[in-house]
Design a binder for this molecule. Structure first.
Ligand code: URA
Ligand code: SF4
Length: 202
């Protein structure tokens, strides 16, 4: 598989990106998913939040963060004083990766090759939105944006920079909070990281 590069329109804005995304054959993930899920939010957003991949709900509904992880994210954003409709929300990989277990579709973490293949879409979103700050949620987004040696658990909740120099804050993925046995503590830490992002934006 060649990677997404040749499907990513370099002319035109987000409308064009959204129109072309579903045609992408940059890796094998398009074959089993229902649809590609595009990022959402104002193209002039100052904050961009990057997750992993669409989950089961997102794949069916065609929108980012509408399942359990999305509900948790909604609560955390509200607690941190971030208005969801004012930020740009997207994923490092645009098609759902899963394994069938009977009738259920179980999420699988995207492979490094798929993260790399899908990166041109994320790069184009960054070019178009030009956020002032990126919130990197979880290790897949960190791999895509901060490199394979970056450790979210060690570097979370503080100002870091993308290779381009763009300020960023890394944190865990909201689905890890959903599953946490220490929910209250991990939810608060997630909100704290989002507050760091708010403070950095000024
Ligand atoms: N998890 C993600 O990373 N993105 C979504 O859109 C939903 C769940
Ligand atoms: Fe293209 Fe990304 Fe979907 Fe792979 S996951 S087919 S690279 S949009």
């Amino acid at each position: 598989h060649p990677g997404a590069e040749k499907w990513v329109p370099q002319q035109g804005g987000m409308r064009k990106v959204r129109a072309e995304l579903g045609n992408c054959r940059g890796c094998e993930l398009w074959q089993d998913a229902e649809q590609a899920v595009a990022g959402e939010g104002p193209v002039r957003a100052r904050m961009m939040l990057v997750g992993e991949t669409p989950g089961d709900h997102e794949d069916k509904e065609g929108h980012v963060f509408v399942g359990p992880a999305g509900h948790l994210l909604d609560k955390a954003l509200a607690e941190a004083g971030i208005v969801r409709s004012e930020v740009y929300l997207t994923n490092a990989v645009k098609h759902f990766r899963f394994e069938r277990q009977g009738k259920r579709r179980i999420h699988k973490t995207p492979a490094a090759s798929q993260i790399t293949a899908c990166h041109p879409w994320l790069r184009r979103e960054l070019e178009i939105v030009k956020p002032s700050l990126v919130v990197v949620m979880g290790s897949v987004a960190a791999k895509a944006l901060l490199g394979s040696t970056f450790r979210v658990t060690q570097e979370r909740g503080k100002r870091v920079e993308l290779p381009s120099g763009l300020p960023a804050v890394a944190t865990v993925h909201p689905s890890s909070v959903v599953r946490s046995e220490e929910f209250r503590r991990d939810f608060e830490r997630f909100v704290d990281d989002l507050r760091v992002a708010v403070d950095l934006l000024g």
